[in-house]
Design a protein. Sequence first.
Length: 129
Amino acid sequence: MLKQFTKRFYSAASTIVSKYGQGLVLADAVVVEYPEYHWQVWRFSSPPRGWFSTLGDLFYCGDAIAMIVVRQFVEDVVSVPIDVLIKSYPDDIDENIVKEPYSIFVTRLGGIRRIVERFASYVSEPTGM
């Protein structure tokens, strides 16, 4: 049974490597090949190239899915619940509340203050009803 699994694993790996080349980042291949999964790429040892830049662009344009992903990301990587941060905005937003090693990703999204500012403005925007 292990032999069959190993054979299938190497076959799948070979297909991915031939498709993406030797210099691939595994996260790139996994996210592209299995987009139906809800990947928390900030937990990968090396997230896909450009992923946070794209997420940031979508987030600041108001994309609903990007808002959900950024919210989950922030809830995972800061020591204070996002709702508390939104209520306390613009006071008492400390950049040091981000857990390591995630501060680099928060910076790529504009910093925790800018992220919370966007959520605070989104919450206060009229719904159009």
